[in-house]
Design a protein around this ligand. Structure first.
Ligand SMILES: Cc1cc2nc3c(=O)[nH]c(=O)nc-3n(C[C@H](O)[C@H](O)[C@H](O)COP(=O)(O)OP(=O)(O)OC[C@H]3O[C@@H](n4cnc5c(N)ncnc54)[C@H](O)[C@@H]3O)c2cc1C
Length: 420
């Protein structure tokens, strides 16, 4: 088959929409085989990219796709990276044009709004992610990928797969199967805790825009509408400062922000260890023949918790480098590409940690109008905006903790450095 004349022409993996790695001259990898363990977005992207390059791919997913329940929020900010038509039947519910971000002084009844900004979203959808994953897996199976759903890979089997294939991709999320096999789960440190649920109610005033609310804790609450009468709502905290009663905190957040309150039985609770992302030596384990992508590589954003586009990006990059026999470069290229995003997240998270809501509101207003995906992919745009506001910049640089954060970020002294 002339791969360049067929799949390559339509492949977001190759075209990349400017967001992803892209492949200059795709290498035909026919005759090689790969096993991908974990069949959520990152694993599906890895299987898709490797198959496009000619690998014979088998994808293993613990859950049956017909029953798969995705315990996370559902905003996808680089939807063109997914090779599916953006229809509700494929799970793309709302072509959300923008994310509104509001900053409040606190969570009390007399809280003040101290910043409000709209970040456009040219390539974003609020999804029914279980449906997106099911359709993507079906398409891969139709295309010739071996899709083994309802198959939980054991530690022993994982080692066998490493021997049986040219490439073993760990896309099992956190903590990853590779870290269990290598008894290195301690490399995961730090926590994100999040609760979310789909609710029905009147979202007609907000729809189709998505909304995030920062209320002066290290985290935020959100309402991502899927239609004028249905939305995913949630709340998350990063770091150690979390409430005693998560469900009560979600209930209170919904009440003060005017969203329907979900019932306990419909609410997902996720407690997520972060890592080992910023240690490049941990994303590729040549001694075990394993490469990690997505949450297994621990690359979700430290501030927003956003990890879908990052996961797909890492998979496409991994496939490109595997095809060129350059997997040893993968950890360093990934680190280099994500570093500016981490830099920004680390500094802004510092503003949240000291509780300066007014400063955060002003910082956010400075970045108004930048596409939400570009805040991650091209954080230099945000930093350039700040540089154009000397008064705000002066307020920032006179705070020693900000300078410390910038220094730590600049010198890669991230929270995971100790885990290397
Ligand atoms: C509450 C919450 C809200 C979020 N909201 C957003 C958002 O709005 N936008 C965004 O971009 N990101 C969001 N994120 C982050 C995002 O969900 C993750 O970054 C993303 O799911 C990572 O995808 P992944 O494929 O790498 O891993 P995962 O989604 O964790 O998938 C891992 C897969 O591996 C399978 N698996 C695990 N072990 C095995 C095994 N032994 N054998 C076979 N299969 C196995 C699992 O069943 C699962 O399907 C949110 C996270 C949470 C918790």
């Amino acid at each position: 088959m002339d791969r360049r004349g067929t799949r390559y022409d339509r492949s977001p993996f190759v075209d990349g929409g400017g967001h992803f790695s892209g492949v200059g001259t795709p290498t035909d990898c026919s005759g090689r085989s790969a096993a991908v363990v974990g069949g959520a977005v990152s694993g599906l992207a890895a299987a898709y990219a490797l198959h496009t390059l000619g690998y014979e791919v088998t994808l293993y997913e613990r859950q049956a796709y017909t029953a798969k329940r995705v315990n996370c929020g559902e905003a996808m900010t680089a939807a063109s990276a997914v090779p599916l038509a953006k229809t509700p039947e494929n799970g793309f519910a709302n072509d959300t044009p923008a994310f509104e971000v509001a900053v409040y002084t606190d969570t009390g009844s007399d809280r003040r709004l101290v910043g409000q900004v709209t970040l456009p979203a040219a390539d974003a959808y609020v999804t029914d992610r279980n449906l997106v994953e099911r359709r993507w897996a079906e398409q891969l199976a139709d295309d010739g990928v071996g899709v083994e759903a309802d198959h939980s890979v054991t530690k022993a089997e994982f080692e066998t797969l490493a021997d049986a294939h040219d490439l073993l991709v760990d896309a099992t999320g956190q903590p990853s199967l590779a870290s269990k096999v290598t008894r290195s789960t301690a490399e995961y440190s730090g926590h994100l805790t999040a609760l979310n649920a789909d609710v029905t109610g009147d979202f007609s005033e907000q729809y189709p825009r998505s909304r995030m609310v920062l209320e002066n804790y290290v985290g935020y609450a959100w309402a991502f509408p899927k239609s004028p009468t249905r939305a995913n709502v949630g709340i998350g905290w990063a770091g150690p400062d979390r409430p005693d009663d998560y469900m009560a905190a979600l209930r209170a957040a919904c009440e003060r922000n005017g969203w329907p309150v979900p019932t306990r039985d419909r609410t997902n609770v996720a407690i997520i260890p972060e890592g080992p992302s910023l240690a490049p030596t941990r994303t590729y384990l040549p001694e075990f023949g394993v490469v990690r992508v997505g949450d297994a590589a621990g690359i979700a954003n430290r501030l927003t918790g956003k990890g879908i586009s990052q996961g797909i990006h890492s998979s496409y990059l991994m496939a490109e480098l595997a095809a060129e026999d350059r997997l040893a470069d993968y950890p360093f290229v990934l680190h280099e590409r994500l570093r500016p995003e981490y830099f920004l997240a680390h500094v802004v998270r510092g503003v949240l940690e000291v509780g300066e809501a007014t400063l955060l509101g002003d910082v956010l207003e400075a970045v108004a109008g930048i596409d939400i995906e570009d805040v991650d992919r091209s954080p230099r745009l945000a930093l350039a905006r700040l540089a154009r506001r000397p008064a705000l910049l002066a307020r920032l640089v006179t705070r020693p903790w900000i300078l410390r954060r910038v220094f730590d970020a600049y010198t890669d002294r991230w929270e995971y450095r100790r885990a290397t």
